[in-house]
Structures are given as structure tokens and as C-alpha cells.
Design a protein around this ligand. Structure first.
Ligand SMILES: [Mn+2]
Length: 323
């Protein structure tokens, strides 16, 4: 159920800024596109903003060029909508000023959502933010076209790990089925999202798999990705999409961590981003939240800086004892 107040807030606004998190995934991109196209159909002026470039695997989406990294003059907007972000900082630099826009809707499905904004609608039971966006579009009375259908379908497909993750619910199948009826083509989406790996990505995968370490009790695995590996393979951030899942598929592993070096400082101390994935039993969002990050039950992350790689690995492995 979408709250009437949320729909009213959208109906009465004319100039809308829609934003989502940096390093966007399929849910961030698909939710933005579907809602953006819907609001345009209602005659509103819409800007879709993401600080990061759209990953190559999502550039096939119809109307994807509506997404840009310029929000323009924020005083031009009467409404901001932030999608798929557990906290406002996830949108990047724009988080400093976006609250100058008179109304800010926070629409999300992360359990760790901080309920920022003038109105928050967080449904942690939703398989993807796109599930909530689907209901908003329906409640606004806008008919789905191929563009919206492909965006919603892609978002649900990727956020549920192709209907394999724990968040896969009946809505994931019901909405996907309806989106296919409305023009989404499962074969095309699968080809674009899963079958377009560059040679560089496969070489990077080879290097990253070589770094797999398993805790003594076998329940936690780590992988490491350095900036140098990306330079050597000529890969970009969007090539690492999904890499963390490989270490999760190992027998007995309950928690997989991908440690990505984002900045190398002096004395071997760096800045690291750690992605955590759970095979289901362990709630990694609470582990991430304890370390200053956030996410979902089965997929979460946090940042760590001013530590060496060995210090960081030691603290991650210490988590294994509690598993
Ligand atoms: Mn999501």
C-alpha cells in the first residue's frame, strides 16, 4: 500500500528531481527510469540525477540517457525523490544541498534506512525499490509502456540475483510477469546484463578469485581487489558488479566479503570499501551497521579508512568466530 500522502505530494508537484545512490545498481537505475518516465507522462518536468555514470550493462535500457550527473539549480525544483538509498549521503555530493528543495520523498527497501526526508516510505519486505515504484506508477494511474516495463523488470531481476536471493518474494514474480506482458523482453535483458562481460572483466575475476581466503571455521570468505588489478586489466568500477557473489557460493561459507581498495595512502594504510554477502542465515546488515555502513539482510557494506589491509582482514576474520 502506497500512502495517499506520498501520491498527493507527487501529484501536486511540477518540477521533480529524482536521485539515487552512487555506483548505481540495476534497482537504482531501473527505479529512477521507470518513475521518471511515469512523471513525464503526467506532464511534469523531471530531472534524473546520478553522480556516477550508468554501468555499461544497463546502458541498453530505453531512455537511459535521461539520467545525468547534473542537477542544475536546486531552487528550480518543488520536489525531490530519493530512491533505493538507506541514508541520504548515499547520493553523494548532492546530499549537502538537496534538502533545500521544499519536499523530499525517501522511497526505499533497506532495513537500515535512516528515515531521512520530509516523508519516508520504507518497505523492507519489498524485493526491490522497483517493487514500490511499480505500485506508485499503478496508483498514479499511468499505463506501463515498454520503457517502464523494461526498467522495472531489470531492477527486480538484478536486485533478486535472478530470483535467487532471499528477498525473492511472490511480488517479484507477479510484477515481472506483468512487465513482460507490457513489453519487457527477458532474453534481451539477460543478454545485456549477464552475457556482455569484457575480456578485462574475466581477467580481473581470475585475479580476484586468486585472493580468496577462508576463515578457520570455513564460514567466512574474503576476496581482495586492488586499484592496480583494475589498472592492469583495464577495467572500470562497473566491471566489478557481482564479483562478491563468487566467494558466497563456496560450500559452507555463510558470509562473503569483497575488500576493495579505493585509495592507497602512505605507510600502507588505505581506504577500503567492504561488500558483505550472506548466504541467508546471517544478517550482514547488522554487521555493516556496527561498522558504520548499512544495507540489507543478505547484502550490505561499509567503508574503513586509515587501516592496513592485514589489519582490516584480521578484523573481518574475527567476525567469523561469532558465526
Ligand atoms: Mn535495491
Amino acid at each position: 500500500m502506497i500512502p495517499a500522502m506520498l501520491l498527493e505530494e507527487i501529484r501536486k508537484s511540477d518540477r521533480v528531481l529524482i536521485a539515487s545512490h552512487t555506483q548505481p545498481d540495476g534497482d537504482a537505475i531501473g527505479s529512477m527510469l521507470a518513475l521518471g518516465v511515469c512523471l513525464k507522462a503526467l506532464g511534469k518536468t523531471v530531472t534524473l540525477y546520478n553522480e556516477s555514470p550508468t554501468p555499461a550493462i544497463f546502458r541498453f535500457l530505453p531512455s537511459v540517457n535521461l539520467i545525468g550527473d547534473q542537477a542544475g539549480d536546486l531552487s528550480d525544483y518543488d520536489l525531490a525523490i530519493v530512491l533505493d538509498c538507506g541514508d541520504l549521503q548515499r547520493i553523494g555530493r548532492l546530499s549537502e544541498d538537496i534538502e533545500t528543495i521544499p519536499a523530499l520523498l525517501n522511497i526505499d527497501h533497506h532495513v537500515t534506512n535512516t528515515l531521512f526526508g520530509t516523508f519516508a516510505h520504507v518497505d523492507s519486505q519489498a524485493c526491490a525499490t522497483a517493487e514500490i515504484v511499480y505500485h506508485i506508477i499503478r496508483d498514479l494511474g499511468v499505463a506501463f509502456d515498454k520503457t517502464m516495463a523494461t526498467a522495472i523488470y531489470t531492477a527486480i531481476l538484478t536486485d533478486t540475483g535472478s530470483f535467487m536471493f532471499q528477498n525473492t518474494n511472490t511480488a517479484a514474480f507477479a510484477i515481472s510477469s506483468e512487465m513482460v506482458t507490457q513489453g519487457a523482453d527477458p532474453y534481451t535483458v539477460a543478454q545485456c546484463v549477464y552475457a556482455t562481460y569484457s575480456l578485462g572483466r574475466l581477467k580481473l575475476l581470475n585475479m580476484v578469485l586468486d585472493t580468496i581466503d577462508i576463515s578457520r571455521n570455513g564460514k567466512l570468505s574474503t576476496m581482495f581487489l586492488s586499484q592496480r588489478m583494475m589498472e592492469e586489466t583495464g577495467t572500470q568500477l562497473d566491471d566489478i558488479y557481482g564479483l562478491v557473489n563468487y566467494a558466497k557460493h563456496i560450500e559452507d561459507v555463510q558470509v562473503a566479503a569483497l575488500i576493495r581498495e579505493t585509495h592507497m595512502g602512505m605507510n600502507g594504510k588505505g581506504v577500503y570499501h567492504v561488500s558483505l554477502r550472506s548466504s541467508g542465515e546471517v544478517d550482514v546488515s547488522s554487521i555493516a551497521a556496527r561498522l558504520g555502513g548499512g544495507g540489507h539482510h543478505s547484502a550490505a557494506g561499509f567503508k574503513m579508512e586509515g587501516v592496513s589491509l592485514s589489519e582490516l582482514k584480521r578484523s573481518i576474520f574475527s567476525l567469523a568466530e561469532a558465526l
